[in-house]
Design a binder for this molecule. Structure first.
Ligand code: F6R
Length: 607
């Protein structure tokens, strides 16, 4: 993944580079580094671990200069170490890279044969060395960078800085996002507009294959064919205060607590003024013309898609597939012409989801994106983008984006049901009224935070956990397990309740807590039977249910958490909250890094 930034400034750039990297830390935090040009000479500082380590280093070993590039790393090739940290320098060139150079082994062999030595285990260093090699053969910096780009296979967002060239940054994008920022006598480049927000709101998004040559006077962009490209300068509304935890200890808790408000805002945005109809996007297809839905996403967003599969099938009677994007893109699935393909993504930059979106171009009748970042690649490349309006999500573990994704997907499924005559106006209004009750129900659930806190303290004593759910609560069991493992590092698996006896039940003993998500719906009794099977084998059941469920099932249950009663339609959205709170408090109890768990990054721009 990684985040990159470059600045041609009028003041010392090191502090601004570090501030921009802080805003990109969601892309990776294994190591960080910056390079500047000082008195015409390249110099750099790099440190392993969080950005604070680089900041500390810069206090002791400052870096001066008004031109610079920076990088925050999520390791792909080579362990997190100072040597592998970017910028990579080779003779007169320094390079920062986000992406993966797939032909780096061939390039490395070629450069080694030409007598060049490598200092790192990274794929990225080949970019610096190839550029150096070309410059040693007489190419100027811009030509050498462009020639290097033409030799690269894979994905990249790159920024090059050159010895003796304090008014030049060359930047390029293929497969990884990159934005150019326009200042007054200054120019910037960064992985996203948020990184550049404190400096400028005037942004040009580079397109696939673009190469940008920046000087303080402006930018010249050429497209993948080398032709001059005229790219729009947009004014971006980026909240520059987005690094505020709002009084909470962690971003994750702040984002969990924000859910009643952001969900309420999203519903207000997408419902008609009288609350009886849906007003999503005028360009949306009439679902009578659609025969099939294909939902594609990764991770938590995939679980939102999997939940929506139940809704599209049950409410709208539409055959629906939900796919993990990394599998979908290489499976070459046939896409019947009357398919609406829906891509779900918080960041809108996930490489596999983006590739799946491109695969569906010219195949699916419509490509819809359900995204949180409206300026993202996925939002810009699809036919219709439906923003989920969750606001900036900083915690690496997705919380409010998940519930807002679910809300927008449920609205889509309800619209499909209405278009296809399976719900009349009154029935639709009735379902929407149920949906409008959700923010208040989530508010009531959040008020019981202490109960989840205490339950989590017990969960933190175990090394493993299972999550069970049926129907629309099955994808939530998967999500609950993902949330727990990614931030508390407790091994957890989610299963459909009915699937337990087909293998996983062998794992049940006293050391295996089983979190069961079961509102008292039509499937409740079946889930209670599965719970009994667990308890009969000394398994510890933590039941999350409503009052009716709690009364019916209390015997033998290890711990019980009682949520407000809700209509089954919105249960997967409401029950997401206890799953999030359990994971959060367990991680806090274990003392892990809640907002930036190990090995992860917020935006996954590599395959
Ligand atoms: C887990 C989590 C990830 C993301 C996944 C997709 O808490 O956040 O599983 O859901 O990486 O990311 P987006 O939604 O940005 O495409």
């Amino acid at each position: 993944m990684c985040g990159i930034v470059g600045i041609l400034g009028t003041h010392e750039v090191a502090p601004t580079l570090v501030e921009a990297l802080r805003r990109l830390e969601y892309r990776g935090y294994d190591s960080a580094g910056i390079a500047t040009i000082n008195d015409g000479r390249l110099d750099r500082r790099r440190a392993v671990g969080k950005l604070d380590n680089l900041s500390d280093l810069l206090v002791h070993e400052p870096l001066t200069g008004k031109s610079g590039i920076g990088h925050t790393r999520w390791a792909t090739h080579g362990a997190p170490s100072v040597a592998n940290a970017h910028p990579h320098c080779a003779g007169p060139v320094a390079v920062v890279h986000n992406g993966i150079i797939e032909n780096y082994r061939d390039l490395r062999a070629e450069l080694t044969a030409a007598g060049l030595g490598f200092d790192t285990e990274t794929d990225s260093e080949t970019v610096a060395l190839l550029t150096r090699h070309l410059m040693e053969q007489g190419a100027g910096p811009v030509d050498a960078a462009k020639e290097t780009l033409s030799r690269l296979e894979g994905a990249y967002a790159l920024a090059f800085l050159f010895d003796g060239e304090s008014d030049l940054i060359v930047a390029a994008r293929k497969g990884s996002p990159l934005a150019v920022g326009h200042g007054d006598g200054e120019m910037y480049v960064g992985s996203d507009a948020i990184a550049l927000a404190p400096m400028t709101d005037r942004i040009t998004y580079l397109e696939e294959g673009d190469c940008a040559v920046l000087t303080r006077a402006g930018v010249t962009i050429t497209d993948a064919n080398g032709a001059l490209a005229n790219r729009e300068v947009r004014r971006i509304d980026v909240d520059s205060k987005r690094v505020d935890k709002g009084g909470h200890r962690h971003f994750m808790m702040k984002e969990i607590a924000e859910q009643p408000v952001v969900l309420g805002d999203a519903l207000k945005h997408y419902l008609t003024a009288d609350g009886r109809g849906i007003d999503l996007d005028a360009d949306l297809p009439d679902f009578k013309s659609i025969d099939r839905i294909s939902l594609v996403a990764c991770g938590t967003a995939y679980y939102a898609g999997l939940t929506a599969k139940y809704w599209f099938e049950q409410l709208a009677g539409l055959p629906t597939d939900a796919d993990i994007a990394s599998e979908f893109r290489y499976r070459e699935p046939p896409i019947p012409a009357r398919t609406a393909a829906i891509f779900v993504s918080q960041s809108g930059e996930t490489a596999d989801t983006l590739a799946a979106l491109r695969y569906c171009e010219g195949r699916a009748a419509r490509r819809l994106a359900v995204v949180n970042v409206p300026e993202s690649s996925i939002a810009r490349e699809c036919d219709i983008a439906l923003p989920i309006l969750a606001g900036a999500e900083i915690g690496v573990a997705s919380t409010k984006a998940f519930t807002c994704q679910l809300a927008v997907l449920l609205l889509l499924a309800l619209k499909a049901a209405h278009d296809r005559g399976r719900l009349d106006d009154d029935e639709l209004a009735d379902r929407l009224s149920t949906l409008r009750s959700l923010p208040a129900l989530i508010g009531l659930t959040l008020e019981q935070d202490e109960a989840f806190h205490m339950a989590a303290n017990r969960l933190a004593e175990f090394d493993h956990a299972l999550f069970l759910g049926r129907g629309t609560l099955f994808p939530l069991a998967l999500e609950g397990a993902l949330k727990l493992k990614e931030i508390s590092y407790i091994h957890a698996e989610g299963y459909a309740s009915g699937e337990l006896k087909h293998g996983p039940i062998a794992l049940i003993d006293q050391s295996m807590p089983v979190v069961v998500m079961a509102p008292s719906d039509a499937l409740f009794d079946k889930t209670v039977s599965n719970m009994q099977e667990v308890m009969a084998r000394d398994g510890k059941v933590m039941l999350i249910t409503d009052r009716t469920g709690a009364t019916a099932a209390q015997d033998g249950v290890w711990r019980q958490l009682v949520l407000p009663d809700c209509d089954p339609l919105v249960a997967p959205i409401l029950y997401a909250v206890p799953a999030q709170l359990l994971a959060y408090h367990t991680a806090v109890a274990k003392g892990t890094d809640v907002d930036q768990p190990r090995n992860l990054a917020k935006s996954v721009t590599v395959e």
